[in-house]
Ligand binder design. Sequence first.
Ligand code: ATP
Ligand code: MG
Length: 562
Amino acid sequence: METPLPTNFIRDIIDENIKNGKHGGRVHTRFPPEPNGYLHIGHAKAICISFGIASDYKGLCNLRYDDTNPEKEDVEYVDSIREDVRWLGFDWDDREFYASDYFDKIYHYAIELIKKGKAYVCDLSPDEIRKYRGTLTEPGKDSPYRNRSVDENLDLFERMRKGEFDEGLRVLRAKIDMASPNITMRDPAIYRIKKADHHRTGSKWCIYPMYDFTHCISDSIEGITHSLCTLEFENNRPLYDWVLDQLGIHHPQQIEFARLNLTHTILSKRKLLELVQKKLVDGWNDPRMPTISGFRRRGYTPSSIRTFCDKIGVAKFNSTIDMVVLENSIREELNKTVPRVMAVLNPLKVVITNYPEGETEEMEAVNNPEDPSQGLRKVPFSREIYIERDDFREVPPPKFFRLAPGKEVRLRYGYFIKCENVMKDPKTGEILELHCTHDPATRGGNNPPDGRKVKGTIHWVSAKHAMKAEVRLYDLLFTKKNPDDVEEGKTFLANLNPKSLEVISNAYLEPSLKAAKPRDWFQFERLGYFFVDPVASTPDKPIFNRIVTLRDTWEKIEKSQK
Ligand code: ATP
Ligand code: MG
C-alpha cells in the first residue's frame, strides 16, 4: 500500500495547477544555492521541499548554483554543496547548472530591455542611488540619467562590458517605478561593474548581473515550473514577474515558504563564515556547526534530517523550532538501529575483594533490547572494574539508588555489588577507589533467589580489558535560544557557549569497541549516542563524538527488562 503524500499549501497549489493543465501538468523545481558557504540545516529544509515535491510528482529538480558574486564564491563551496545534497539522498542526474553558464544570455536580455526602453545606465554613485531611493514612507526620486536615449544606453552598457569604467561608476538599472510602494521595484540595479575573476568564467566578464535579474532568468531558461523559495523573497516576486513579462519568456511561478529557524544556533552563512574565519570552531564541518557537513561529522544520518524536515512541515509564517525536535529525530532512529555498549567517561576504580584475582568471566550482554535480531555479545568481568564517579556518593541524597557506603547496586549484566570500604588519599581526601563485595548468586545482574532487590543499575568496564579512547562531548554552540539576542554593542559571538566542547582523553570502553571503525554508531548505555568521527579519528585512535544524550533514562530500560 502506498503511503499518502503529505499535504501542505505548496502541494495544494501544484495539485490545482495540474488539474488546470498549467505548465502542461509538469512539475520542475530547482534548488538554487549561492556557492558562498557550506549548506546548513535550513538549506536541508529547502532541499527536502524542492527535491521531495519533484520526486513525489514524478517531476524533476535541478541543482543550480546562483553564482553571481565572484568575490565571495569558491569551488570549495561548489564541491561541498554537491556532496551535501547527494548525502541527503537526492539526485539531479545531469541537471547541474550554473547561473554563470547563462551570463551570455542574461547579457543579451539586458540589451533587449535597453532596446525596449526598459533599462538605463545610471551614473549616480552608490550613495546617491541610496538617497534617491526614498524610504518605506516616502517615494523615491527619478535619477537624472533615467531618460537617456536607447542608443546612449547601448553604447554605455557596451563600454561597461569592455571595462572602460571603474567599479561603482555606473550601473544598469531597470526602469520601473521610483514611486512604487515596494522599494525593490524602484529602478533596481540589474548589472554592475565588478573587476573580479569568477571561479567559472575567469576574466571573461567585468560586469556581472545582479542576483534578482539572474535568478528569475535562470529559472526561466531551465523551464522551471515552480520556484520554491523562502519568504524573504516575497518582495522580489513582483520584480521577477516584471522582468519575465517584459522579456516575454517562460514564466515560472514563485511560491514562498517560511525559512527554518532553530534555537541555540544561527543559520546565516555570513555568521557561520565568521565562526570559521575566527577559528572559533574547527571549520565548516565542526560537529557543533548547524551545517549539513557538521551534522554528518557529528553522526546524524541523512534519514534523521529528512524525518526532521518532514516533521516540521511547510508553512507560510516564520517560527523557531526547538533544537530538541532535531535531536529527537536522530535519537528515535538510533534507538532502534545501533548496538548498545558500556563505556565509562569519568572513571572510579572498584575492587571486588571477594572475586578471585586473575579470573575473567564472559558475561552475556544484549546488543539492542529494541531489536532482538541484533543478538548478544560477551563482555569480560574481572576483579577490578571502573564505574562512573557520579554513580557513587559518600553521602547519598534522598532517592539516590546507586552506590553508597554499605549500599548495594546492580552492575548491568554483571553482579550485585555492595560498597564495603571507601579508599581515600589521606592528604587530599580524594576518593581513590572503592572496595566492594559481589554476590555470586546474582550473576548476569539477575535478582538473587532470596528475592532481594536493588533499585539502581549502573554500567561498568573491566579495568584490565578496557580500551582507552578519546571521547568528545558536545553541548549547544550558543547559550541563548536566540544567539542574536545581545546587549547593544555586542554581536552574536557574545553568546557562544564556552563549554560547547568537552574532550575526555581517557575514557574506558568495553573491549568490543576495539573493532569500531570510523562512521560506526553506538549507544553508550546511559550516556548517549556516539559516532566514530570520520575526520579526526586515525586507524589506531578512534575518536567518539557524542551526537546526543539519551532522553530515555535508565528507568525506561529497567521497565523494559521487567
Ligand atoms: P545568503 O543569500 O545570505 O548567502 P542563503 O541562506 O539565502 O544565504 P542561498 O544559497 O541563497 O543562501 O540559499 C539557497 C536556498 O536555500 C534559497 O532558495 C533559500 O531560500 C533557501 N534557504 C536558505 N536558508 C534557509 C532556511 N533557513 N530555511 C529554509 N530555506 C532556506
Ligand atoms: Mg540567498
